[in-house]
Design a protein around this ligand. Structure first.
Ligand code: SF4
Ligand code: MG
Length: 328
C-alpha cells in the first residue's frame, strides 16, 4: 500500500548535563530505535504514559527536532537531508496541532491573524484573499467566522482547539501530528473535536499521527494503534484487533484501566506496580520487566524485539498474551 511517512530505526537521545561546566553525564533515550510506516490517509494512534517519547517522536517526524540516528522518509525522501527550500515546502505539507489550545495561540493576536499567519508567511496573498480564506477555514472547522476579529480568550477550550486546527489546515497539509490535541478538553468536547478531525480527514485526504496518553481517546479515530513504553514501540495493530486482544502485557494493563461501558466481557484488571522508570536509566532486557506481572527471568536479561506475529500485528514480548486465533 501507499506509505506517506516511513520511519526507520529512529533514535532521539538528549544529553544530560550536570554542574557548572555542564558536563554531559548521560543521555535520555527518548526515542530508541522505532520503525513505523504510516499509510496515506490513515490515522495512526500513538499511545503511552507521559515521558514515553511519543511527543518527541512526533516532533522528529516533522523535523522540529533532529534525529540522533535513523531516517524519516516522507514520500520516499529523507527529510533530514532536505535543504532550506525543500524544507519550506515540507513545512507546508506537515503540520502539528498542540495539546494546549490556549498556550499555543498568541493571546494578543486576533483570531483572524492567528489563522491567517501561515498564509502570510507562505503564500503571496492579498489581505482580502487572506480574509476570505480565514472565513472559509473557520466555517470548515465549525466556527462562526463573524467572530474572527476577536481574541482567543473570548472562545471556549473546544473552540480554541478548532482555531488551532483551522491554522493547521490553512496551507492544505497532507500530514498532521495531533499531539494530545484533545487531552485538555472535557470528554463531550473531546468527541466533537475528534469527529471534526475525522470529517476533515475524509474531506481533505489527510493523514494523522494522533498522539494521546490514553487508549480510550484513540480508539474511535485510529485505524491502527501503536503503544510506546520508555522510548520503544511495544505493540502495533489494527485498532479493533488490538482492543479485542492485546498481546503485550502493557497494552493489556492500559486497556484494563478503561472502565467498561457494558457489562458483557469482563476484563481482569491488571494493576501496574511502581512508576515509569527513568528513560535516562531504562531497565535491562525488557524495559517493562520492573512492572510486568508476567515477567520471568529471561525478561530482565534479553531485550524482546518488535516482531510480526500475524499480518499487521507486531509485539515486543517474550511471552505475549494468548488470544483466540480468530482474533488475530
Ligand atoms: Fe513482561 Fe517479559 Fe513480556 Fe517484558 S518480555 S512484557 S517483562 S513478559
Ligand atoms: Mg507529550
Amino acid at each position: 500500500e501507499d506509505i506517506l511517512v516511513d520511519v526507520r530505526g529512529l533514535k532521539k537521545y538528549f544529553p544530560i548535563h550536570k554542574g557548572l561546566l555542564s558536563r554531559v553525564v548521560g543521555q535520555v533515550k527518548a526515542v530508541d530505535d522505532v520503525s513505523l510506516a504510516i499509510r496515506k490517509g490513515e490515522t495512526f494512534g500513538l499511545v503511552g504514559e507521559s515521558g514515553c517519547g511519543k511527543s518527541t517522536f512526533g516532533r522528529v517526524l516533522l523535523r522540529l527536532q533532529g534525529a540522533t540516528e535513523g531516517q524519516v522518509l516522507y514520500q520516499g525522501r529523507d527529510i533530514q537531508q532536505l535543504g532550506k527550500k525543500d524544507m519550506r515546502g515540507l513545512r507546508e505539507e506537515m503540520q502539528i496541532i498542540f495539546q494546549d489550545p490556549f498556550g499555543s495561540l498568541n493571546p494578543r493576536f486576533l483570531v483572524k491573524d492567528i489563522i491567517g499567519e501561515p498564509l502570510r508567511v507562505h503564500r503571496n496573498m492579498t489581505a482580502k484573499q487572506i480574509d476570505d480564506r480565514v472565513v472559509e477555514l473557520m466555517e470548515l472547522v465549525g466556527l462562526d467566522a463573524s467572530r474572527r476579529n476577536r481574541y482567543p480568550h473570548e472562545f471556549s477550550g473546544g473552540q480554541r482547539q478548532r482555531i488551532g486546527i483551522a491554522r493547521a489546515i490553512a496551507l492544505n497539509p497532507k500530514f498532521i501530528v495531533a499531539d494530545e490535541a484533545v487531552s485538555a478538553l472535557d470528554v463531550s468536547v473531546q468527541s466533537q473535536v475528534i469527529n471534526l478531525l475525522m470529517q476533515l480527514q475524509r474531506e481533505l485526504g489527510l493523514t494523522f499521527l494522533f498522539i494521546a496518553h490514553g487508549l480510550n481517546v484513540v480508539r474511535h479515530i485510529s485505524d491502527r494503534v501503536g503503544v510506546m513504553y520508555l522510548g520503544k514501540l511495544v505493540e502495533v495493530g489494527e485498532t479493533e484487533t488490538l482492543f479485542a486482544a492485546p498481546l503485550h502485557p502493557y497494552t493489556a494493563a492500559l486497556l484494563s484501566a478503561i472502565p467498561k461501558p457494558s457489562p458483557g466481557r469482563v476484563r481482569e484488571r491488571i494493576v501496574l506496580q511502581g512508576d515509569v522508570p527513568s528513560p535516562a536509566n531504562p531497565p535491562t532486557g525488557c524495559r517493562f520487566h520492573t512492572r510486568c506481572p508476567f515477567a520471568a527471568e529471561k525478561c530482565s536479561q534479553v531485550e524482546p524485539i518488535l516482531t510480526e506475529v500475524a499480518p499487521g500485528r507486531q509485539v515486543a514480548c517474550h511471552f505475549p498474551l494468548k488470544v483466540e486465533s480468530e482474533l488475530l
